[in-house]
Design a protein around this ligand. Structure first.
Ligand code: TYD
Length: 207
């Protein structure tokens, strides 16, 4: 991978944590600051990725290993076509979910072996890693309520699954605190946005 000048900030969290609102608010502030901003989401962000997204969210049961590979196939395309080129141009990339979601959902949620998950992620990312991961932490009961009644394959999972996912995110943040900003997703959006922007500012200034 060529040297990169951009910055890569990822928004993570369970269902209904408010990630899309926070990405919109951060994007607006970054544009006002005159930065080149590229936003994307996982799974998705490319024609292939969007096709994988509808397969992953709306088809019936998928085996856990097929699910792991499908998320990472979509990710490989997104990294190669969107994220790596944007970082090489020096852009600020804001992404709705990335590799920590795979660890939280496929490893902690589904129970897949950590080494399998790590290998799939390594293949998909070729070493592209976030400069900062913002965890919008929310109690699954609150998050699922926000997500509404029209549930996709993950939202329809049992409460215990979503509790494991939450533990998975918190464990990753606790293991690498310098790479994470953990915020309470239940707080008012503007207040969370101020903290997100302060974190992005630290990343941009290299602090
Ligand atoms: P999405 O609509 O992005 O969920 P949300 O609106 O809550 O962010 O749907 C993506 C779903 O896919 C979400 O339930 C999490 C799951 N997911 C994984 O299980 N593994 C992954 O690697 C990624 C990126 C997402």
């Amino acid at each position: 991978m060529a040297a990169r000048g951009g910055r890569f900030v990822v928004f993570e969290g369970g269902e209904g944590a408010g990630k899309s609102t926070q990405i919109e608010l951060a994007e607006r502030r970054a544009r006002q600051a005159g930065l080149e901003v590229v936003t994307c989401r996982e799974p998705g962000g490319t024609p292939f990725g969007e096709a994988m997204r509808s397969a992953l969210l709306h088809t019936g049961a998928i085996s856990a290993r097929a699910e792991l590979l499908a998320f990472n196939a979509a990710r490989a395309e997104l990294v190669e076509v969107v994220i790596a080129p944007a970082l090489e141009r020096g852009a600020l990339v804001l992404c709705d979910r990335f590799t920590a979601s795979t660890v939280a959902y496929q490893q902690y949620g589904r129970g897949l072996d950590a080494r399998l998950v790590e290998a799939a992620i390594a293949l998909a990312t070729e070493g592209v890693t976030p400069d900062l991961q913002v965890l919008l932490d929310v109690d699954p009961a609150t998050g699922l309520e926000r997500a509404g009644a029209d549930r996709d394959r993950f939202e329809a999972e049992a409460r215990a699954f979503h509790e494991r996912v939450r533990v998975g995110f918190l464990a990753q943040a606790a293991a690498r605190p310098e790479r994470w900003l953990v915020l309470d997703g239940a707080l008012a959006a503007e207040r969370v946005a101020d903290e997100v922007w302060a974190g992005v500012g630290r990343v941009l200034s290299g602090a």
